[in-house]
Design a protein around this ligand. Sequence first.
Ligand SMILES: [Fe+2]
Length: 379
Amino acid sequence: MNVMTSPVANPLLKDKGLEIVLSDGQPHYFNYYWLRDNCPSSFSSATRERGFDIFHLDAAPVAASAEVAGDALELTWTGEDHVTRFPLAWLETYAAPGPRHDPADLPREAWYGDHYPQVPRFSQPELVADPAVRAKWIEALLVEGFAIVTDMPDSDAGLTETAELIGQVRPTFFGDYFDVKTHINPTNTAYTASALELHTDTPAEEHAPGVQFLHCRANTVDGGYSLYADGVAVANAFRERDPEGFRLLSEIAVPFFCEHDTYDMRSRQTVIELDQHGEVSGLTISQHMLDLLDLDQALLDDWYPAFCRFGKMLQEEKYMMTFLMKAGECMVFDNHRIVHGRAAYTAESGDRYLRGCYTDRAEMRSTYRALVSEGRFKA
Ligand SMILES: [Fe+2]
């Protein structure tokens, strides 16, 4: 007898759940609370949220009967005049534990210092006009962490419009936007003409913003080359070269600070950030905002040399992409993954003006999912 083609047997009712043989021929257990809470009638097609409130059941849900009718499982409940009907194909997708498929969970592709000619480029008016181009742009940001938007309008509104294609502009403690040009009384190294070492932005925030936009409005100075490196490429190589150093930098959270007259931001972050798969997803690094380390001094015997080995590796030519930003371009990059910096420039030699803002990684993934997948509730 072929098990796969025989009719699906009726489920076996147990105390706290039922067991049903699905198309793989194996019994699968489903808990009654889960079945009742996720009855298709629990969800509103208007709000696309669960309208059913399991807290208001008088007693624990228990199936009174369960049978396979056609391609569905039908349940009735004790103490409740309610029938639940699940398509078997739908049940199959939840038969094994684990997060459901996420179209935004894409494998990262590391890039190196020679990457500039291959950097994905997207024209701003096309991004505005075409959701398919927008999806390609966000995909590039998820996979490579860095893209250039060209043909930017020469206006503040142009930057806002571009950022809002991905998500809401995410303020930081210094406001919705920042202007990078030389300031008379700088509160930040970025606002001087000095070199700016490779860093991620606002490491002292508890949740530093995830996506950075740097809109180049003018760049006619001598010098001021932009430096970018892929933190994933460097940290993955560091993991191979120096496993113990990698362990220290990915497991031990260290303090970061940003302090001036009216603010005193503090956070603790690991220098190397891992995702839910244990893969490197980013870095938090900033020489000028690393706080005085408060770890056991003996631990620093190991941590500091590892930090310096990693920091030197970040500077290796192999990883460093160097180029001159042009007016009308906007660099868009994962602020946790891509380290960025700048060579010194001569302030009097011309104009250099960048305007920047942020949105968040989670919003970027959300926008991408909505662009590329059908979702569960779309009509
Ligand atoms: Fe920065």
